[in-house]
Design a protein around this ligand. Sequence first.
Ligand code: ADP
Ligand code: MG
Length: 302
Amino acid sequence: MTSEHKHPTNPVVSQSRVDETPDGRIPVGKTIPDEQPMLSVQNLKKIYHTDAGDMEAIRNVTFDLPKGQLACLVGPSGSGKTTLLKCIAGLMEPTAGEVTLHGQQVTGPPKSMAVVFQEYGRSLFPWLRVAENVELPLKNQGMDKSKRHHLVEEALDAVGLSHVPKSYPWQLSGGMQQRVAIARAVAYQPEVLLMDEPFAAVDAQTRADLEDLVRGVWQKLGVSILFVTHDIDESVYLGERVIILSSSPTIVQEDVLVDLPDERDQLETRSSQRFSELRHHVYEQIQLAKKGFRPEDAVAHS
Ligand SMILES: Nc1ncnc2c1ncn2[C@@H]1O[C@H](COP(=O)(O)OP(=O)(O)O)[C@@H](O)[C@H]1O
Ligand SMILES: [Mg+2]
């Protein structure tokens, strides 16, 4: 068994039991075994009621996110990823089913969650300087000044922006603005960090840097992350797990364990055989999803 086939060893993540095949390889597409759930999504359904009629964006989605896990959520465009994240964040009420955090039903934005959206431009206050943007949620919490400043400094340092605390967001590049949004979420010290395609609007090089930044922050802070992306390579590179959504009306198509080593490297990891196998598998599943294949159909026809 090469190091490529090792299970991640992040100390904050309880180890999943992984069944290996007789040749010592871990099967592709292994469903994650149950662990103690911290965040739980149960039979979530969302129907939008519009003038044009009802639109069932999410039919029935169920999954758990254990403490300290970095899970990616992928699915075709329009498969309800943003809708799902908004329901999890307590920003939108599901039509049926529920989201629970430590067993408590989420009915509004929980204090221990932070969200980073794709539109970083709109999420930062243009009249506040970088450090002030990062500090604002802490101020709103009533945290004392010295603690606030310490956390802001640490967060800006973590995202490589300690040299521009006094700049305004509009004086920074897109990638730097997204770093500010990430710093703000990090300084807030959330238990759960939800990210909705946060790198979709930045260039490829910046994107790679930000991916490594997210993994670094995750390893350092032990925060649980649910990372939404439509980029298959990104989902495999970043995640310990990839939850694949079907086309709309959405269900979970497959829940894949990413058994890549914990230390990831843009060149090494992406050129490894296991990365390529996992990528291939997720790609195939997404293609099936786009063609309208649903696991429930497979069951119904068997
Ligand atoms: N506010 C809304 N009202 C009506 N339909 C919506 C609304 N938001 C999203 N939808 C529809 O729900 C489906 C899922 O959208 P969304 O969650 O944005 O998907 P994704 O993030 O995966 O691209 C799409 O068909 C979209 O048009
Ligand atoms: Mg979306």
